[in-house]
Structures are given as structure tokens and as C-alpha cells.
Design a protein around this ligand. Sequence first.
Ligand SMILES: Cc1cc2nc3c(=O)[nH]c(=O)nc-3n(C[C@H](O)[C@H](O)[C@H](O)COP(=O)(O)OP(=O)(O)OC[C@H]3O[C@@H](n4cnc5c(N)ncnc54)[C@H](O)[C@@H]3O)c2cc1C
Length: 379
Amino acid sequence: MPITPPRHPIVIIGGGLAGLSAAAKLQDLGIPHLILERFNRPGGRFNSRAGDGWLADHGTQFIRRSDETLGALIRRVGMETRRVSIQGPIHQLIGNNQVIVPQGGGYDSDRLCLLDGFGSLTTALAGTLNIQYNRPVGAVRWDNDTKAFWWEKEGQVFWFEDEDGQPIRDHTTQQPILASGVILATTPTVARRIAEKSPSIGGLLPLLEQVKHSPCFTGMYRIPRADSNFYALKGDSDSVLSWVAFEELKAPGRIADDESLLIAQAGARFSDELLKLSDAHALSALYVAVRRLLFDLPEMPLTQTCKRWNMAHISSPPLGEPAGGRWPVNPPQAPFALAGDYVLGNRAEDAARSGQQAAKLIAAQLPRRRSFLGLEIQS
Ligand SMILES: Cc1cc2nc3c(=O)[nH]c(=O)nc-3n(C[C@H](O)[C@H](O)[C@H](O)COP(=O)(O)OP(=O)(O)OC[C@H]3O[C@@H](n4cnc5c(N)ncnc54)[C@H](O)[C@@H]3O)c2cc1C
């Protein structure tokens, strides 16, 4: 049965991979959407950073060939030819000192990246969707819409407050943004903060409190060209470093021929310590840790910058699908769904899948059109 197009768009809070993927699915289903994103760019943790003559993925490091949902999003924006295998072996770091070279050199053709960085996908996707930037949502409000006609069976209207409790207004019309349904696609920490201030979705709190995550301090260091025989070092859960990679080996053209760009991510416990320091101190401490393993690196990098991921990785089991197909919100018939990398799994692909699941849950909650004696009615 066809869906009755809702009177207001479905608003998606958060323009990361989960939110963008949800919007793309709604678009495919012919359901209007609007993404409200906190920052002035899309992508969240699936993103890249460009500097003077360099490019690095500072969040997600690689995706897998088997990631079908991501594959479909890449094809959707015509970027198939920009998706490439990462060349070069990955060595394993066990504990903090030893570098173990796996048999066969560790080359793994299943790991893929995008030539122009992961941010190129989220930017391209956002370009096909309806998104407003610099729109941090602080609370979701819900009203019975007295303007709805009884036969529309659509008495719920959501509206939004910013972090100062002011209604969020449309960029162009300056009218408060109204929604016929909501997909909450922020990190779980922000989702919890929003739920605390929003009685209608307060029922989510016990679920959101189950989600555990770990931080990651990421340093990016430009150095004179290093002669590395591997692309990346991968640490285990006890390592000081969780990942050190030479970005110029990941995809050609990311940095000038005579330079290397090291991306270094601290392990969870070390990240906790680094996040307490200033950028300069944390970058130095992380570089010292990298040099303990890679002796040939110069004493000082040419330039350095960092990214603080207070909430990088989800370390608890995923929430899974909602019981009975509905997340616990009040009123229970209000179209609402959760998306993010804590819902179905903790990788980028899982975030994208959760967005698609959320869009389908919303579609299932919208009224359907039926005809009776030649008249169209809704059910
Ligand atoms: C350092 C690091 C390395 C990783 N490596 C890999 C990897 O190699 N492979 C892999 O598959 N995955 C990896 N991941 C995980 C992957 O990046 C995430 O699973 C995925 O990007 C999460 O997407 P998301 O949309 O759920 O969340 P996010 O990307 O966090 O998106 C949430 C969005 O909500 C927005 N937002 C927040 N608050 C508000 C608000 N109040 N109002 C409106 N908008 C708001 C944010 O700005 C953001 O755009 C890595 C993550 C990190 C941090």
C-alpha cells in the first residue's frame, strides 16, 4: 500500500553516516526528509582532514570490500572508481614493543579506502540530500497538532529546541521547523543528553545508558619521506598505540613526493590521558610513543595537528532491533527511530545499515492510503 506523504518532513538529527544513510533511504521511499547537523559539514566520524598539501582520514581508517551498504552509497553518488584497495602490509603490534610481521606480509586486499578521503563520500551524499548545518538540537518536543484533520490520522507534530531552549528555525523561512517523524542519529552520548531534556523520548534513557564507548586521540604528523616497508601498524587492546599508518601509502597523491604523513591513534587508556593535555603536549607525547617503535623517524615532525575523539568506538554490544519494531517513546504511535553505530554494530558499515533500518521503521509507522468504494482513505 502506498505511504501517504507526511505533512512535514521526517527530521533526522545528525548528519553522520547513519543520518545520511537514513535520509537517502527516505528519499528512495519518496518520504520528505530534513537533516539537522550540529557542525558546518557532514560526515561525523566518517571524515577526512586536508591541510596545506596533505590529506588524511582522521576517523574511519578503512572499509571492507564486503561492506555492501557502504558499497551501495558509494555507487549512488558515482564514486565507484574512487574506491581503491589499500596497498601495503599491515603489521601487528602486540603489547607495546613488539612488531609482529604476519606471515605473507599482512597484505589485505579486503581493506578499501576512497582516493579523495572518506569525507568525499559524505560530502557528495549530503549534496543530494536536504540538510541544514549549524543546527545543534538540544531537545525534541512533541505536540498534538490541533490543525490536523481527523481523517489525516496524523495528530503528532515534533519540533525542536537548540541547546539554549530556543525553537530551531528554518534557515530560509525563519519559521520553527516541524516534523512528522524523527530519526535520532547522533552519537549515543548526545542522544542521551537530548533524551534527558525531552520527556516524549525519555523512555530511551535506560537503553542509551547501556552503551559504552572509548575515546581516541589522533595525531597527524607531516615528516620528511620515511622509508617504510609497511602501510600500518595495528595494536591490540592493551597497546599504547591502536593504529599508526603512512597515509601516502594508503592512496597515492595524498602528500608531496618527498614527505610522509603519519596518522597515529592512541589506545583507549593512553587516549584518556592525552585528552587531559593541551593539543601541543598531547601531540608530543603521542609522537614520542610512535618513535619508540619507529626509530628512524625524525626527532620533530615538520607540522602536526590532532583530532580529539571523546567518543570514538562503541565497546558495548549493539542495542539491536527495537522490541516489536518500535523504540520506547511516548506517544508510542509517533513515528520515531534511532540510528547510529551503537544500534546494529560498531563499524561505519553498521552505522549506514542502522540508518536504513531507521528509515524503514519510520515508513512502517506512517499512515497508508487505501481506497474504499473509489474513495481514498488512510489507515
Ligand atoms: C578514530 C576512529 C577510527 C575508526 N576506524 C574505523 C574503521 O577503520 N572502519 C570502520 O568501519 N569504522 C571505523 N570507525 C567507526 C566509524 O567512524 C563510526 O562507526 C561511524 O562513522 C559512526 O557514524 P554515526 O553516523 O553513527 O555517528 P557520527 O559519525 O558520530 O555522526 C553523528 C553526527 O551527529 C552530529 N551531531 C552531534 N550532536 C548533534 C546535535 N545536538 N544536533 C545535531 N547534530 C548533532 C555530529 O556532528 C555528527 O555529524 C572509527 C571511528 C573513529 C573515531
